[in-house]
Every structure is written in C-alpha cells, then in structure tokens.
Design a protein around this ligand. Structure first.
Ligand code: ZN
Length: 149
C-alpha cells in the first residue's frame, strides 16, 4: 500500500467507477479507510449532482447585473480616458514645437522683454501641467470608484 493518498482527482475517478491507470492508486483507495470514505462521499455527491436539474435562470441575468452596476461612473470613466489621452497628446504637440522654436517666438515678441515672455510661458506650462494632474486625479478617482463596486 502506498503511504501517500492518491490525488483527489484519482479518488473521484475511482468513485465514478473508472478504471484507474494507476493500479497502485486503485488498490490504495480500496484498502485505505480514509480514501474509501472519500470515494464514498464523492459517489454520494455525484449521485446528488445527477439528480439536480440543469441550472437555469428564469430571469435575464445580464439585465439584472447591468442594472446593479454604477452605469454613470462606468460611462464617464470609459469616455474620459481616451479624451484625457487625446488632451495629453495635444499638449505634447503644442509644447514640443514651442520648445524648439522658442528663439523664433522670442524674436516675434519683439518689444516684449524675454523675461516677461519666459514668465508667461512658464505660467502657461504650469497651468497645463496642473490641469493634466487634476484630470489624472479625477480619472484615478473614477477608476477607484469602479474597482470598489
Ligand atoms: Zn488513502
């Protein structure tokens, strides 16, 4: 007799009356009190499962589940995520050319001193960065809301 009990799967196969390829395991289950009890329990369980009718819902599961979902939050998160991404891409395409053509813009500004132009630029970038962080935080909050439900 094997000291180790065979796997639950093998015991289940034995309980189902299948011929176990592992002869040692089959002999073990037959001889071992613990495994015999397990096999008997599986037999009872399988018999009970067979008697149960096929599980069928007499209601529309999808409709019921969808009704319970926080639909507005889900929609906002879905719609805003690509929107935020587009915004960030747009910001990227504005800031990068501004950076490379900064000398040109300073010349265009002419009378305006480069110091005040720099302050205006920094302020504009700060606003964009602040807005991006704000949007990201909002998006994160919506995601948290979704995960909570
Ligand atoms: Zn055993």
């Amino acid at each position: 007799m094997k000291l180790q009990h065979p796997s639950e799967e093998l015991i289940q196969q034995y309980a189902l009356g299948e011929n176990l390829e592992d002869k040692i395991a089959a002999d073990h289950v037959a001889a071992c009190e613990q495994c015999s009890i397990a096999a008997a329990n599986y037999r009872l369980l399988f018999a009970a499962v067979k008697q149960e009718p096929e599980p069928a819902f007499d209601f529309n599961v999808t409709e019921l589940v969808l009704h319970k979902l926080p639909l507005p939050a889900a929609n906002i998160a879905k719609n805003k995520a690509p929107g935020n991404m587009m915004m960030l891409i747009a910001v990227f395409f504005v800031i990068v050319p501004l950076y490379f053509f900064r000398k040109f813009f300073i010349n265009v500004a002419g009378g305006v001193s480069s110091a005040s132009l720099l302050i205006i630029s920094v302020a504009a970038i700060m606003i964009v960065v602040y807005r991006s962080i704000d949007m990201y935080k909002k998006y994160q909050k919506q995601l948290d809301k979704l995960n909570f439900h």
